[in-house]
Structures are given as C-alpha cells and as structure tokens.
Ligand binder design. Structure first.
Ligand SMILES: C[S@@+](CC[C@H](N)C(=O)[O-])C[C@H]1O[C@@H](n2cnc3c(N)ncnc32)[C@H](O)[C@@H]1O
Length: 417
C-alpha cells in the first residue's frame, strides 16, 4: 500500500477526567500562540527550566519486547542541552517570565523551580517582572539523594520562588497541611484531654500554646518531607530532572482549586500535568524535547489531551496494508525501518516502535480510534488493528523509540476486499 506521510498539527486523545493540551517546540516560539489562547486564564504557572548547569540531559528508553520484559532500558537518548551562556539564558528567562505573567489571571501565582546556580539572578528577574511586593516565598525543597561533597557542604536543596501576580491572589495553605504526628515535637509536653484526644502544650512568654495531634500543621517554607525519587522509584520514567509527583501535588493543591488551569512551560516528563490531572485541574504543558513528549504520552494515557505535535513530511518509514471488512477496516503494520544514518543502531525494525494507532483525520485533527502501546504488562506490539468504518480520512500514526511521531494517510481505494 502506498503510504503518504502527513503533517498533522493536532491530535486528540480521548480520555476521562480533567482536560489538557500539550505543545511541542521552543517556549519562545510557542509563547505568542499560548498567550493568544490562554492569556489571563491560568490560575497557576509552575516553571522548572534548565538550571544553567552547562550539561546535557538524557532519557533512558526501553526498546522492543526484551527491554520491557527485563525492565532494562537499552537506549540512552538526548533529552535536552542546558548550555546557554548566562546572558542568553537570562534573556530567555525574562521573556518566559513576562509570558507567564500574561498567562496568569488576576488572582494567579507562579512557582519558579531552580537551584543555587541561578537563584540569585532569577530572584532579581522575578522582582523586576512581578514586582518586589509580589514576592511570597523562597521555598527550600531539601532532599537526601545525590552524593556527598568533601570540599564544601553537600548541596541538598532546590529553590522554588513563589510570587503572586497581584495583591489579591488565590492560595490555600490547607493544600500543604501535614499530619501533626509526622512533625517532631520533642520539646512539647504531651497530654490527653477528657475526650481522649492527644494534644501538646508549650508555655512561652507567659502564654500556653496547645496543638492537637489530629489537627493538621501547615508547611513552612522549608520542605523536607517530600523525598526525591530514589534510583528504583517506580515513578521514575527515565527522564533526567524529573520531579516527584508529591512535590507538584502540594504546589497544585495550594495554588489552585479543582477546575482551575495549571500551566507548565518546561513540562519535561509531565509531572505537573500528571499532578494537575489527578487533582482534577485543567493543564497545559510545553516542551521542546522529543523524548519529553514520548514520556508525557505514556504518563497521560487515559486523560483527554490535545497534543499539538505536528509530524514531519518525508519518506515513509512504515509498510502497512489494509483490508475492508464488514463495517470495519483491518489495518496491518508490516515493517518499520529507520532512515539511513539513524538505522545503524541496535534498535531496528518493529523493535524501534513504541506505539502505533489508526484513526481518522477530521478538520485537521487526528482522532486515534484503535491503538497499541508497549508496557510492562504488554511488551509485545500487536501488528493488526481494527478500525470501525466511519467517515473521514484514514490515518496511521507511529511513535518510535527516538520520541518521533509520524502520521500517514491510508488510501481506502488501495485496500483489499
Ligand atoms: C528541568 S526539566 C523539567 C522537568 C520536569 N519538571 C519534570 O518533572 O520532568 C526542563 C525542561 O525544559 C525543556 N526546555 C529547555 N529549554 C526549552 C525551551 N527553550 N523551550 C521549551 N522547552 C525547553 C527541556 O527539554 C526539559 O524537558
């Protein structure tokens, strides 16, 4: 069958719960469109940009059935470079922060996640863009992972700058409420009241303060109760610099209500979007890395998402055939071959595919109807999919281990009966 590669600007993924949109590309190029569509709509923006490390970050990817069975990724692919000279980095961040401000509604807030390398520079930049009086917190997120330094004190925290857009803003401290029993209170005296409730007391400045164990305690600006992911953490996606969902859950809970819109312009593996979806908030993400989108798709399966992904024109990499059945089409995927130059790697043939689907193109939007995706429980890709016969152009889509998404037009006339 003759397959023609297509550029498809948008793909709709059906699902349940709160909706989201994910954009692919450079944040500065995306900002005009994002501002057009979501200007003054976001309740909260979370940004976790590159930290200015000078390094290069990768993503570990499972290839083919074997890797899924053994859970050992055999491909390490580039995710993104973090090597902009400082002046370019700060110029980029100024534009991003101004863009983020335009995305926030009147009561919105922003959380900017960075570390010691850029925190001083970005604090000043935040003051310039959002105004010093709108500074709320410098949150210290401290963790125990990583090595220990001998020549200086080990660096064990990130900085999250928290600003509001205006004087009136939405914030719910109950979103960061911890069980009081989880907090150390050796210096407090323990009592039990007439109803059997445990409380603690302390005398200070002539006053007695009491705290009930079953009442929550509100987080301060040093967060040491959210651990970073360990090597074997099941949340790990293989995407370096991934943050733990618990951290983002706290931020989303404090900064938004169910139904609000959360935006993350450096969404990476999609942690913010996952937290927002789980908490029933709308979400919009953006990232320039191929592999980020691959990981986000995996993590957001089951959620209704508009993927603004594209897909490039070029030589077809798949061979497929179609058969007309009764009320359906039976589409068979026969081969997948990477282009020359890319093909000299160990991943080749169908192993190089992570997922594929068939569906219809309607008003320029691809709707996948039947899909196959490798997973631990289902490492093998089925090569035949049944597509109900509906109106619209038939499209086949593939996602490969390099995080590339491609779309092909299938011609009904060329299908066998
Ligand atoms: C620190 S990571 C974000 C990690 C994310 N919070 C998570 O939990 O996975 C920074 C992300 O910014 C993306 N990025 C870097 N420069 C970008 C740019 N100019 N436009 C869009 N995305 C960019 C990288 O691809 C990377 O995924």
């Amino acid at each position: 069958m003759n397959l023609q590669r297509l550029t498809v600007a948008t793909e709709y993924q059906a699902g349940k719960g709160s909706k989201g949109e994910v954009f692919s590309g450079d944040v500065l190029e995306l900002l005009p469109e994002l501002t057009d569509r979501f200007g003054e709509k976001a309740q909260m923006v979370y940004l976790d940009p590159p930290f200015g490390t000078g390094g290069r970050f990768s993503c570990r990817v499972r290839v083919g059935e074997k890797d899924w069975e053994t859970s050992k990724p055999s491909l390490t692919d580039i995710a993104y470079n973090d090597n902009l000279p400082r002046n370019e980095y700060l110029a980029m961040m100024r534009q991003v922060l101004e863009g983020a401000k335009a995305l926030l509604n009147d009561t919105g807030t922003i959380f900017l996640h960075i570390d010691y390398r850029m925190s001083a520079h970005l604090r000043l930049l935040m003051d310039q863009v959002f105004g010093e009086k709108n500074f709320l917190n410098e949150i210290i997120w401290t963790y125990q992972t990583g090595g220990r330094a001998k020549n200086y004190f080990s660096r064990k925290h990130d900085v999250i700058l928290f600003y509001r857009k205006n004087h009136q803003y939405y914030f719910d401290i109950y979103g960061a409420a911890m069980e009081r029993t989880a907090v150390r209170h050796n210096h407090l005296k323990r009592h039990v009241d007439a109803d059997g409730r445990v409380y603690r007391s302390i005398r200070s400045g002539g006053k007695v303060y009491t705290y009930y164990d079953d009442e929550p305690v509100f987080a301060g600006d040093v967060w040491d109760d959210v651990s970073h992911m360990q090597q074997k953490d099941p949340q790990r996606t293989g995407y370096e610099t991934q943050k733990p969902v618990r951290l983002l859950e706290r931020i989303v809970r404090c900064g938004t209500r169910p139904g609000d819109l959360v935006m993350d312009l450096f969404s990476g593996s999609g942690t913010t979007l996952v937290a927002a979806h789980q908490l029933n908030r709308g979400f919009v993400g953006a990232d320039s890395a191929r592999q980020a989108h691959s990981v986000m798709r995996r993590r957001l399966r089951g959620a209704p998402v508009l993927w603004h992904i594209g897909g490039t024109e070029g030589e077809p990499l798949v061979a497929a055939s179609g058969r007309v059945g009764v009320g359906n089409y039976e589409i068979s995927l026969q081969a997948y071959e990477m282009e020359k130059g890319v093909s000299a790697r160990s991943f080749q043939g169908m192993d190089a595919l992570d997922d594929w689907s068939v569906g219809y193109l309607r008003d320029g939007v691809y709707h996948a109807i039947a899909a196959e995706r490798r997973s631990k429980a289902h490492p093998r890709l089925e090569c035949v999919l049944n597509l109900p016969a509906l109106s619209g152009e038939i499209v086949l889509s593939t996602g490969d281990v390099l995080g590339r998404r491609m779309f092909y037009r299938l011609n009904r006339e060329e299908m066998e009966f």
